[in-house]
Design a protein around this ligand. Structure first.
Ligand code: NAP
Length: 251
């Protein structure tokens, strides 16, 4: 754990929490004492394994299946999370996909699907979470944007649009909820070692690596530490912000 602060008694829902960055966030939060609901959409194995690891910290950990782009599944996911954990203090919109291609070759369905999961999914989850957090008069919403939203990336117009959209959504919702004790922020990771980046050709990875001042790819734990900070009491007065976790890529 990075040590930003105690999350004991808090309940966190992490979309796509079974692997990659989401898994690291679930473990980081659990290590800080938070109960965690780990959302997944594919086979349950990795989410279940992550829940077992989280529970070793003595917290409640459950898994919740839902495609975040489907409103009725998102509603059911929140119902299940409330049934298992009792409340939602922290929402992490982490679920995300890429379907890369240069604009002229980008299929309509690849544009639509990336926007549906990355942007609509966050919207649907934020709406459910905001209802609960307004009543509680407290809460934290953290969304995974990307360095690509800030700088653009050839071959990712759909992904970059979704991640830039998340920033506008974050700032707008931050304004709506700031007076009610709820903060809304985004993380903009750079080039982080997960399944999402493992699939890139070696040449593309080397090219990307050359643009990172820190000289290394990020680890999921680097992003999890920043999420922990934004979820903690230490960040109570920070809202509507985009925190880059990118080894200096986007400065
Ligand atoms: P990853 O390893 O590919 O994992 C993606 C996660 O999203 C998985 O847990 C997956 O669930 C979940 N997911 C995908 N579609 C979903 C859907 N329709 N409903 C619910 N969950 C869904 O990705 P990652 O690298 O950890 O990335 C996590 C987030 O950080 C993403 O939003 C990504 O865009 C963002 N990000 C990543 C990087 C990077 O370099 N890796 C950089 C910037 C931003 P299943 O396991 O059930 O399939």
């Amino acid at each position: 754990m990075s040590g930003y602060g105690d999350l004991s008694g808090k309940c966190a829902l992490i979309t796509g929490g079974g692997r990659g960055i989401g898994r690291a966030i679930a473990l980081e939060f659990a290590a800080a004492g938070a109960n965690v609901a780990i959302n997944y959409v594919g086979p349950a194995d990795e989410a279940a394994e992550t829940a077992v690891e989280c529970a070793k910290f003595g917290v409640k950990a459950c898994i919740v299946e839902a495609d975040v782009s489907a409103a009725e599944q998102v509603a059911a996911m929140f119902e299940q999370t409330l049934a298992e954990l009792g409340r939602v203090d922290i929402l992490v919109n982490n679920a995300g996909i890429t379907r890369d291609g240069l604009l002229l070759r980008l299929a309509d369905e690849d544009y639509d699907r990336v926007l549906a999961v990355n942007l609509r999914g966050a919207f649907l989850c934020m709406r459910q979470a905001a209802k609960l957090m307004l009543k509680q008069r407290s809460g934290r919403i953290i969304s995974l944007s990307s360095v690509v939203a800030l700088r653009g990336n050839a071959g990712q117009v759909n992904y970059a649009a979704s991640k830039a959209g998340l920033i506008g959504m974050t700032k707008s919702l931050a304004r709506e909820l700031a007076g009610r004790g709820v903060t809304v922020n985004a993380l903009a990771p750079g080039f982080i070692q997960t399944a999402m980046t493992d699939v890139l050709p070696e040449a593309a990875k080397a090219k990307m690596l050359a643009t990172i001042p820190a000289g290394r790819m990020g680890r999921p734990e680097d992003v999890a530490a920043a999420a922990h900070f934004l979820a903690s009491d230490a960040a109570a007065y920070i809202t509507g912000q985009v925190l880059a976790v990118d080894g200096g890529m986007a400065m």
